[in-house]
Ligand binder design. Sequence first.
Ligand SMILES: NC(=O)c1ccc[n+]([C@@H]2O[C@H](COP(=O)([O-])OP(=O)(O)OC[C@H]3O[C@@H](n4cnc5c(N)ncnc54)[C@H](O)[C@@H]3O)[C@@H](O)[C@H]2O)c1
Length: 252
Amino acid sequence: MADLEGKVALVTGGSSGIGRSTALAFARAGAKVAVADVAVEGGEETARMIREIGGEAIFVLTDVTQSHQVEALVRKTVDTYGRLDCAFNNAGIEGAVTSTTQCSEENWHRVMAINLTGVWLCMKHEIVQMQKQGGGAIVNTSSISGLTGLGSNPAYVSSKHGVIGLTRLAAVEYAKQGIRVNAVCPAAIATPMVKGLVDAHPDMEQFVTGMQPMGRLGTPEEVAQVVVWLCSDSASFVTGQALPVDGGMVAQ
Ligand SMILES: NC(=O)c1ccc[n+]([C@@H]2O[C@H](COP(=O)([O-])OP(=O)(O)OC[C@H]3O[C@@H](n4cnc5c(N)ncnc54)[C@H](O)[C@@H]3O)[C@@H](O)[C@H]2O)c1
């Protein structure tokens, strides 16, 4: 287990799925955690789960598409715990599964606002704090849809490709200031997001697992372990990477 003792971590999309598992993994590694999400009940529950295992956590209601709310999230984290060492910019939505021609403008703008603009706004405010401290580590959630054209979802695929571009740029921009920026690219992971997709398209799970060399969905914990490692000093020479957590899917 990577060591984050004494560190402070922030997780967006922390009310559910990969975000909740990563918030818990940060806490198990010794970090104090600010859980951010638009979903209040789930966010409070994640913070409570962390306190139950002996960790420290707050929930901060945050819509990542709103710059002033993201700025307030970083301020609240620093006011509460004194600093910000690790940030996991993970909030995201799938949006509608459509072809490029059938994608509505409304769907396009909503997916982009949360998945891409949201990640940029988080980095914008987190990096200012990390510069003041002289360093930090950021992990953004992309997807195998950021590395391939799979998925019948032009807005999602474009947003996740965009996250990798932002990640690489910021990694290069801030490398000399001790700020590392990486992305994780999960394949299908068993979370409420995938459950929603499978419920809407029942043949989807078999289709997805059929394309997987490992023949199964990943677990949120398997992504969380990679994020915690990327944020730890064990990954001190790793920056600007888009790391698949995909059971070998894009290796094919
Ligand atoms: N589950 C997968 O198979 C998979 C694969 C690749 C990438 N991802 C990515 O992983 C991330 C987490 O997905 P998940 O599967 O855990 O989904 P999830 O639906 O369980 O969790 C996503 C969380 O983001 C929150 N959220 C949505 N809009 C928000 C906003 N505007 N501001 C703040 N929070 C907001 C939701 O309330 C929810 O708690 C997403 O970025 C997703 O695109 C998931």
